[in-house]
Each structure stands twice: as structure tokens, then as C-alpha cells.
Design a protein around this ligand. Structure first.
Ligand code: UVW
Length: 362
């Protein structure tokens, strides 16, 4: 990413989420607001005497969030929770031997945000052959897409950062563990925080059925609070004390029922967690959030000056991972609210996220 590209993006699709993040806080970009999810001017909130020289600090940032509790060089974030002991604890939940695919099919026509693309081609058909006396033929596909940011998508730790200091200053565009855009940026993949640095995830997961709690599909802009989580847990007969550090928490909001049926509405916003639930997730020391929505967090945020602030709170500041556009229908039908979540992000060097199919095992 360079500054020129950033300027182009600012003038591009108003609904591009990356554009929103990159332009939030810029008075000149205020007209590009999507669903009110843009910042105005931030109030001054000095961090330290040295940092007080910076023109403004983003809302919600009152101190540096690094070094990470896993060490100043850590690039694996909350995937560090997945130790042999954690795996053995998770295995205790496998009783039926049933595997559920909780990732969606990647296909032309699925909801994509802004200018993101998904295009698969197999020209020629077959691609090659016949070879040898056995007359072997084969197909290859060519795929053009944002590999980790379309369809079912897993956010890596190089995806979301926060601009500290002056807008455009890449040495103060900070990501997980304080790595700056200046030190990690590279046209051929991030030099730090690529998805290849993450550990495979195999952990206990708790599915919060918000549809059952609210009596139907939640709406765009409707926030899931910590009180909602507690109420849903009680309704599902799960003790809050059963949620352990390193577990995953997932939200069934019903919004996924719009997938491929009403993509415009699906993309127009979404229900999801807000900062209050994020605080609870951080206190619980969880490894991962997930939902049947494209961002997991509420969009627009009830505080209209904030853009994707839960992403920043969980991923950037705490290294907590995030999985978007999942599907829980079969788990819900079987009333399976606790299971093992298993996923290995594609180890593409320097990638910001991952596609692939997570599974739930009961
Ligand atoms: C952004 O890219 C801003 O969000 P998401 O991780 O939801 O795709």
C-alpha cells in the first residue's frame, strides 16, 4: 500500500470498508461516509509527554498497546493460546464424532464489499493433456480475489491497524504488537504479521444464538452487548464460568440468511458486537470471535464517529483473531452450542487474511 493508492481509494467506492478505515478522521473524507461510520475530528488525548506533540490521537487510544503479553516480537497473537494442554482440553468435547462445515461456498455472486472481487476461471477445458499412453487430462483454475477478504474470511493480524500521529505517517500506523506500516509493508506481502506466522487453531467454541434470544433475525446497527451474551448463555444453559481463556466465541445473528438472497441488504450494515462485548471478550482472554456476518461487529456502530472500532480493539490491541461470514444453521438445528473449532489459516507468506473452510466438531 502506498500513499498514492490511499488517495485513489479515498475517491473510490463509498462503501469500501478499507477506505472507511483509512479515511476515518479526515475532515476531507467526511462525504464518503458509509452508514455514518466515519469519524469527525478527533479530540486531543495525549498519551505521553513525547506523544503529546502529535496533532491528535484516535478516539479510544489512551496508551500504546504494545508490547504484547506474548513478547515484543510476537506475531502469532491469540493463536498462542493453542497449547498441547488446550488441545487436550478441547478434545474432551468431541463425543459424537460429527463434523460440521461452518464455512460458506466461494462462488460468483456471493456478497462482496465495495470493490472486492472474486473471479474463478478455467479457460480451455481441459487445461492440459492428454499426456502419456494413459491419456491423462487435467484442469487448473485461475483465481483473482482478495485471498483473505472475500467470502468466509479469517482476519490475520496484519489486516487492521490504527493511525497514530499524523495521517499518512506510516511509522505511526500501528498494528498488533506495535508493528508499524513502515516496517511491515511490502508490495510482495507483509514482512511481519503474515498469516503464515499464526498457529493452527483447535479450541473450544461457544455459539451464542442471538436469534433465539431476540426472537428473530437481528437488524443492521443492532448491538450485541455483554448483557446479551450472558442472557443467551443462560438461555442455552451454559455457565459463564465455562468460558475459558483461549476459547472462541461465535454469534448467530440470523443476518446470514440474507446471503445470496439479498446481498445489497447484507452489505448495507449488520448486527454485531460493540465495544461493551469486546471488553467482556478481552476480560475472558478469548482467542477468537466469529459470526454469520461480514465483520462480526455492529455496523454502523451506535457511536457514529467510530469505524470498525471493535476490529481495532480486539485484533490490533489484543491480537484476538476474527472469522467472518460463517454459517451455523446445522449446528443450530442440532442444538449444538459448544464444539471444537478447527482452522488453519492458509500459510501464505505476508497475507492479511485467509480463506478456507473452518469446521466444528462435536
Ligand atoms: C475490513 O476489511 C475493514 O473489515 P473486514 O475484516 O470485516 O473485512
Amino acid at each position: 500500500m502506498d500513499d498514492t493508492k490511499g488517495d485513489e481509494e479515498k475517491g473510490g467506492a463509498a462503501t469500501d470498508r478499507r477506505t472507511l478505515l483509512r479515511t476515518a478522521g479526515l475532515a476531507g473524507a467526511a462525504g464518503a461516509a458509509f452508514a455514518g461510520a466515519m469519524h469527525g475530528k478527533f479530540s486531543l488525548a495525549p498519551i505521553t509527554a513525547a506523544q503529546a506533540q502529535t496533532p491528535a490521537m484516535p478516539k479510544g487510544v489512551d496508551k500504546p498497546w504494545w508490547p504484547s503479553k506474548w513478547g515484543k516480537d510476537d506475531e502469532a497473537g491469540a493463536s498462542n493460546h493453542i497449547t498441547p494442554a488446550k488441545v487436550l482440553d478441547a478434545v474432551k468435547w468431541i463425543k459424537d464424532g460429527k463434523i460440521y462445515k461452518i464455512g460458506r461456498v466461494y462462488e460468483q455472486g456471493m456478497p462482496l464489499f465495495g470493490a472486492r472481487a472474486f473471479s474463478l476461471r478455467i479457460p480451455g477445458g481441459p487445461t492440459g493433456g492428454p499426456f502419456g499412453d494413459n491419456k491423462l487430462v487435467y484442469h487448473d483454475e485461475f483465481l483473482a480475489t482478495e485471498i483473505g477478504q472475500t467470502g468466509t474470511q479469517f482476519d490475520g493480524l496484519g489486516h487492521i491497524g490504527i493511525q497514530l500521529g499524523k495521517d499518512g505517517d506510516k511509522s505511526e500506523m500501528r498494528f498488533y504488537n506495535g508493528f508499524s506500516a513502515a516496517e511491515i509493508g511490502d508490495a510482495y506481502g507483509l514482512k511481519k504479521l503474515g498469516t503464515e506466522k499464526l498457529k493452527p487453531l483447535f479450541t473450544r467454541a461457544h455459539l451464542i444464538d442471538m436469534v433465539a434470544l431476540k426472537g428473530g433475525m437481528m437488524d443492521a446497527g443492532q448491538e450485541i452487548t455483554s448483557a446479551d451474551i450472558k442472557a443467551a448463555l443462560a438461555k442455552q444453559s451454559i455457565a459463564e464460568s465455562d468460558i475459558k481463556p483461549g476459547d472462541a466465541i461465535m454469534f448467530h445473528t440470523g443476518w446470514g440468511s440474507l446471503w445470496m438472497k439479498n446481498n445489497d441488504r447484507y452489505n448495507s450494515g449488520e448486527p454485531g458486537i460493540g465495544l461493551d462485548a469486546a471488553k467482556w471478550i478481552i476480560e475472558k482472554d478469548l482467542a477468537l470471535t466469529a459470526a454469520d456476518t461480514w465483520a462480526v461487529e455492529v455496523v454502523p456502530n451506535p457511536d457514529k464517529s467510530l469505524a470498525f472500532v471493535v476490529h481495532a480493539e480486539l485484533q490490533t490491541k489484543h491480537g484476538i483473531l476474527n472469522h467472518e461470514n460463517l454459517i451455523f444453521d446445522e449446528l443450530i438445528a442440532d442444538k449444538k452450542y459448544q464444539f471444537v473449532y478447527c482452522f488453519t489459516p492458509s500459510p501464505i507468506k505476508g497475507a492479511t487474511g485467509s480463506n478456507g473452510c473452518p469446521i466444528a466438531i462435536t
